[in-house]
Design a binder for this molecule. Structure first.
Ligand SMILES: *Cc1c(COP(=O)(O)O)cnc(C)c1O
Length: 231
């Protein structure tokens, strides 16, 4: 699949030049392959081309895919979390980006197997203050961050956001900078805090400029998502 190979090369170049422009090391930003709706053959090809970090939005879809893919993949859960899916997430994922409820945090802590390292946790922030959007307001972040930090089977690592589609690049940049400021404030809660998950296909440059450490890329890696199916 030469297209996928080219896309990975292009994305690595985009990340490297955004880092250069921001005066950052190019290895300070990780590429997370957002694999929702992509089939396991596509994921295997991405794996063979060297990718190891994959992001899934739907637990039921991940349940089909994870068992038949290589064991050294690190899975990141990036979608809304239903209570009845927390056990699967706790047992199969390395990272969760989309925490925004106390009950889910408690369940993940209870269900994370003792044989595994702590689950790496990010709070999702509704940074553009949109009515229908998942995520907590910045004011609520310290309380939930403390709850995660106090949970023995969870590590509090930082924040994730999906900003509103901006009227202009300036508004977008401001959202990203507010995320970076909030992350700095939360470092007093846990010394492990070091992760900002922000930036997608359309806005990875702005996100890296503001301090993103994980960019979540679907479209510019695998192509446009056509159907809402795993086939
Ligand atoms: C789908 C999705 C992405 C990837 O978006 P693209 O625009 O396809 O790169 C990133 N983050 C989340 C939370 C998503 O749901």
């Amino acid at each position: 699949m030469p297209k996928l190979e080219n896309n990975i090369t292009t994305l690595k170049m985009r990340i490297a030049s955004a880092c250069l422009a921001a005066g950052r090391d190019s290895d300070s930003v990780q590429l997370l392959a957002v694999s929702k709706t992509r089939n396991t053959d596509t994921l295997k090809r991405a794996y063979e081309l060297g990718l190891r970090q994959f992001g899934e939005n739907y637990a039921s879809e991940a349940q089909q895919k994870i068992p038949i893919l290589p064991k050294d993949i690190q899975w990141h859960f990036i979608g809304p979390i239903q209570s009845n899916k927390t056990r699967f997430i706790a047992e199969n994922f390395t990272w969760v980006h989309s925490l925004d409820r106390e009950k889910i945090i408690q369940r993940l802590n209870d269900q994370r197997p003792a044989s595994q390292p702590p689950l790496q946790c990010l709070l999702q922030i509704n940074i553009s203050n949109e009515a229908q959007k998942a995520g907590i307001s910045p004011e609520n972040a310290p309380r939930l961050a403390q709850l995660i930090a106090n949970s023995p089977n969870l590590n509090f690592r930082g924040l994730m956001a999906i900003p509103a589609i901006p009227e202009d690049k300036q508004a977008l940049q401001e959202d990203f900078v507010r995320m970076a400021t909030l992350l700095e404030q939360l470092k007093s809660i846990d010394t492990r805090v070091d992760t900002l998950s922000m930036g997608m296909s359309q806005d990875l440059e702005e996100a890296v400029n503001a301090g993103s450490t994980i960019v979540r890329i679907g479209t510019d890696l695998f192509g446009a998502r056509t159907a809402n199916t795993t086939a």
